[in-house]
Design a protein around this ligand. Structure first.
Ligand code: BGC
Length: 742
C-alpha cells in the first residue's frame, strides 16, 4: 500500500514536468469564509458524506423516499450528491430531508446526464458539432440548462470533450469529433451554454468536463479498453479540450474509466492533481465515473476496496459516484494515518464551493418549482431552436442534382426503419426526452406537403435478416414520383458500451436500398446514425445522401426542411468517414511518414486492397449551391516572432441558390524538431452568399497558433517553413507558403 502511494506521487512529478503554466486563482473570499465556518462545525463523517454520490434511478419519486436507505444517509449527513433524480417534485422531497432533517442542513447537489438536451432533445453532440456553429452549440446547451434547472437539476455531466478518432467506439456520438482545435472551441461553447454568466442564476447548471482523460483512445475502439499513448499525443490531442474547459471556468471534472499507460485514471495523481488542480489551477471538484474507484480492483491496480478508496482519493477524485468506497473506508484510512484530515478538507471545500456558487445555501429550493418546470419543458421556443439546430447539424454527403426535392410531387415513397420512428431519433443519451414528443420524418414530410400522397412502408428493421417487408416497400416505391429511404443505426447502436466492428448499414438495409434503387427513380438516402459509417457502396450507387445523425425531438421537421429546400444544408463532418473498417483509425491530422501515401506507388504507406484516402474527409459537406474559393493570399511571405499573418481568400457563390460555406484554414509546419501533422485546423469562418455574390474572408494567424510541444516538450513555435491551406474541407489543395524567422 505504502509503495503504491509513493508511486502515485512519483507519477505526479513526472507528468507535471510537461504541462502548461500555472494559473492564478479566482476564489470568492466571501464564499471561502463561509466554507471555513461551515467546515468547523462538520464531523469527519459529515465531511466524508459530502464526497459520497449515489444514484436515484427514478425510484425515489414515490412514498418510499422517507424510509429509503438514501433518506437515512441524507439525514445523517452521509450523502452529498445524487444523480438520476428527476423533476422539481422529487428533488424537492429529497432536498427537504437534507435541509430540514440533517444536522448541518447542507443542501444536496443533483446531477444528471444532460448530454444534448433535457426534455427538448437536440441532435447528438457529434451532429451539433457538424454545424461548426459555436453560437448554436452554446445556445442548445443554454436551453438544456434552462429545462434541466427548471426540473430540479444543478449539475450536468457534460460536456464530453473526449477527442475521438475511432468510429468503432460508440461514444464518438457524445463528443465533437476528431480535432483538438475544434474540440476545444466546442468544449468552451458548451461550458458557456450550461453555466451562463453566473452559476448563481436560477437557470444555470454546473458543467462537467469529462472523461479525464484519453478515454477516446480506447484500444480497438472498444469501450473502457486500455489506453496506451505517448505523452506528446496526450498533450497535443487529448488534453487541449480539457484545458479549454478549465479556461472557460468549468465547475467540475469527471475522471475517465480507462487506464492510461498502466495507471487507471481514477488513480492518476499526476494528471488529476499535479496538472489539473495544481498547474491549471482548477478550483472545482472532480467526480469519479460510475463506480470507477471500485473498478481499480478488476483493473488489477488495487487489491481491496480500501486500497481503491485510498488510491482514488489520493489521486484527486473528490467525489465517489456509486461505489460507496469513500463513505465506507475513508474514516478508517484517516484513523490509520494514511489520509490526513487536511486532504479530506480540500475535497470537501471543493464540493461546498460549487454548492455555494450555485446559490444552494441561499435557497436550496430555487430549482424545485413545479409551475416554472411546466412552463419551461418543451417550451415552443426551445422546440423551434431544436429544429434549427438539427437543420444546422445535417451534412449533405452526395447530391447528383436530385435535392432539393420538388414540393409539386404527386406521390412520394418514404421507406425505412427510421421513417416513422420516434424512439430512435433521440439517441441513447436522451435525458428526459420522450419518444411521444418526437416529430418523425413521416410527420415532418406530411406537414410540409399536405397535398402529396405519401406512401410509407418500413421495409425492414435496423438489424436482422427479415426481408418480408421488402415487397410492400417496393410496391409503394413503384407508384411514387421519388423515393426517400430513412436508414441507419438504431439509437442503441451508439453511445456507452455500444461499440461496433462492422460500420456498414446493419441488417438487410443495404439489400433494401439496392432493390429500391433498381426502380430507377429519384432516390435519396437519409442516414440516421451516431458515428461515421463505412458506406462507400452507397456513395457509388445512389444519387443523393443526407447525413442526419440522430437529430432529436424536432428531427423529422428538420430533415423535411432540408429535403424540400427550406434550409440549404451547411453542416461539415467533424469526423472522417473511412471507406472500410480496416482503415481505422483514419483522421486528417496525421503524419506524412518517410514514404508518404501514394496509392499508385508500391513502396509507399498504403494498402493493397483499398484506397488509403477517406470516403469523406474531415470538414466535408455539400450545399445546394456551389462555391468557388480562390488560392490564399498572405500579407507577408516571412514573419517575425512578434508578427501575425493575414490570410485572405475570395469566396464566390457560383450556383443558383443562396447558401453558406464554411471556409476552413489549415496549417502545416513543414519541418520540426519533432515531425508535425500534414495539416492542422487553425481557423474557420462561415459566409452566407447570394447567387453570384463574392466576398473576401480573412483569417489572422498568430505565431502562438504555430506553437507545439517541441522535442524538449516546451510549447513554442519553431522558425522555419509553413504551408497554409484554405478551402471547403480538410482535403483542400489551395495553398500558400510562408516562413517564420528566428
Ligand atoms: C458514464 C458517464 C456518465 C455516468 C453517469 C457513466 O457510465 O461513463 O459519462 O456521466 O455514467 O450516468
Amino acid at each position: 500500500m505504502v509503495k503504491k502511494i509513493l508511486l502515485l506521487l512519483i507519477s505526479g512529478i513526472v507528468l507535471s514536468g510537461c504541462s502548461a503554466r500555472k494559473q492564478t486563482t479566482h476564489l470568492d473570499p466571501i464564499i471561502e469564509k463561509k466554507i471555513d465556518s461551515l467546515m468547523e462545525l462538520m464531523t469527519l463523517e459529515e465531511k466524508i458524506g459530502q464526497l459520497n454520490q449515489l444514484s436515484g434511478m427514478g425510484e425515489l419519486t414515490g412514498p418510499s423516499i422517507a424510509t429509503s436507505d438514501y433518506a437515512q444517509l441524507i439525514r445523517q449527513g452521509l450523502l452529498g450528491s445524487m444523480l438520476n433524480v428527476n423533476g422539481a417534485k422529487a428533488t424537492r422531497q429529497l432536498q427537504e430531508i437534507a435541509v430540514n432533517e440533517s444536522r448541518l442542513k447542507i443542501p444536496l447537489l443533483f446531477g444528471y446526464d444532460v448530454i444534448h438536451g433535457y426534455k427538448t432533445i437536440f441532435p447528438i453532440p457529434l451532429g451539433e458539432a457538424a454545424s461548426f456553429d459555436l453560437e448554436a452549440i452554446e445556445q442548445a446547451a443554454r436551453i438544456a440548462a434552462t429545462e434541466a434547472t427548471a426540473a430540479g437539476q444543478h449539475w450536468a455531466f457534460a460536456p464530453m470533450v473526449d477527442i475521438a478518432r475511432d468510429p468503432r467506439w460508440g461514444r464518438v456520438m457524445e463528443g465533437a469529433g476528431e480535432d483538438p482545435y475544434y474540440g476545444s472551441l466546442v468544449a468552451k461553447a458548451r461550458v458557456r451554454g450550461f453555466q451562463g454568466k453566473n452559476l448563481a442564476d436560477k437557470n444555470t447548471l454546473a458543467a462537467c468536463a469529462k472523461h479525464f482523460v484519453a478515454y477516446g483512445a480506447a484500444m480497438a475502439g472498444r469501450d473502457y479498453n486500455t489506453v496506451d499513448i505517448s505523452d506528446r499525443t496526450l498533450q497535443e490531442v487529448y488534453l487541449p479540450p480539457f484545458k479549454a474547459a478549465v479556461d472557460e471556468g468549468v465547475a467540475t471534472f469527471m475522471v475517465a474509466f480507462n487506464e492510461l499507460n498502466g495507471t487507471p485514471m481514477s488513480a492518476h495523481r499526476g494528471l488529476n492533481v499535479d496538472l489539473l488542480k495544481n498547474t491549471w489551477g482548477f478550483e472545482g471538484f472532480m467526480v469519479s465515473d460510475w463506480g470507477s474507484v471500485g473498478e481499480m480492483i478488476p483493473h488489477g491496480y488495487c487489491a481491496t476496496p480500501e486500497e481503491a478508496a485510498l488510491a482514488g482519493f489520493k489521486a484527486g477524485v473528490d467525489m465517489d459516484m456509486e461505489s460507496r468506497l469513500y463513505v465506507n473506508h475513508l474514516k478508517n484510512l484517516v484513523e490509520k494515518g494514511l489520509v490526513s484530515e487536511k486532504e479530506i478538507n480540500d475535497a470537501v471545500r471543493r464540493i461546498l464551493r460549487i454548492k455555494y456558487r450555485l446559490g444552494l445555501f441561499d435557497d436550496p429550493f430555487r430549482y424545485c418549482d413545479t409551475a416554472y418546470e411546466k412552463e419551461m419543458l418543451l417550451n415552443p421556443r426551445h422546440l423551434e431552436f431544436a429544429r434549427i439546430s438539427a437543420c444546422k447539424s445535417m451534412v449533405l454527403l452526395k447530391n447528383q442534382g436530385i435535392l432539393p426535392l420538388s414540393r409539386e410531387m404527386r406521390s412520394l415513397a418514404l421507406i425505412g426503419p427510421m421513417a416513422d420512428n420516434q424512439q430512435d431519433m433521440l439517441g441513447t443519451w436522451q435525458g428526459q426526452g420522450e419518444a411521444r414528443h418526437v416529430v418523425t420524418l413521416l410527420n415532418g414530410i406530411k406537414e410540409k406537403l399536405p397535398n402529396t400522397r405519401i406512401l410509407y412502408a418500413k421495409g425492414c428493421d435496423f438489424t436482422g435478416n427479415d426481408r418480408s417487408g421488402f415487397a410492400e416497400a417496393i410496391n409503394a416505391a413503384r407508384s411514387a414520383d421519388a423515393i426517400i429511404v430513412a436508414a441507419g443505426e438504431s439509437a442503441m447502436m451508439s453511445g456507452e458500451a455500444l461499440c461496433r466492428t462492422n460500420l456498414d448499414l446493419p441488417g438487410v438495409q443495404k439489400d433494401l436500398i439496392r432493390e429500391l434503387n433498381k426502380l430507377g427513380k429519384p432516390l435519396v438516402v437519409v442516414l440516421f446514425n451516431g458515428r461515421p459509417l463505412t458506406i462507400e457502396w452507397l456513395d457509388q450507387e445512389v444519387p443523393a445522401i443526407l447525413e442526419a445523425w440522430l437529430p432529436g425531438t424536432m428531427g423529422g421537421s428538420a430533415v423535411a426542411d432540408i429535403l424540400f429546400g427550406d434550409y440549404n444544408p451547411s453542416g461539415k463532418l467533424p469526423m472522417t468517414f473511412p471507406r472500410n473498417v480496416g482503415q481505422i483509425p483514419l483522421f486528417y491530422y496525421h503524419k506524412n511518414t518517410g514514404r508518404p501515401t501514394n496509392d499508385a506507388v508500391r513502396y509507399t504507406s498504403r494498402y493493397i486492397d483499398s484506397p488509403s484516402t477517406p470516403l469523406y474527409p474531415f470538414g466535408y459537406g455539400l450545399s445546394y449551391t456551389t462555391f468557388e474559393i480562390s488560392a490564399p493570399e498572405l500579407s507577408a511571405t516571412s514573419i517575425g516572432q512578434n508578427d501575425s499573418l493575414v490570410v485572405s481568400v475570395k469566396v464566390k457563390n457560383t450556383g443558383t441558390r443562396k447558401g453558406s460555406e464554411l471556409v476552413q484554414m489549415y496549417v502545416q509546419d513543414k519541418f520540426g524538431s519533432v515531425t508535425r501533422p500534414v495539416r492542422e485546423l487553425k481557423g474557420f469562418k462561415r459566409v452566407e452568399l447570394e447567387p453570384g455574390q463574392e466576398t473576401v474572408v480573412k483569417f489572422t494567424l498568430r505565431v502562438s497558433d504555430l506553437a507545439f510541444y517541441t522535442a524538449d516538450m516546451t510549447f513554442k513555435a519553431e522558425p522555419g517553413d509553413f504551408v497554409v491551406y484554405v478551402g471547403s474541407d480538410s482535403n483542400t489543395q489551395l495553398q500558400a507558403g510562408f516562413s517564420l524567422k528566428p
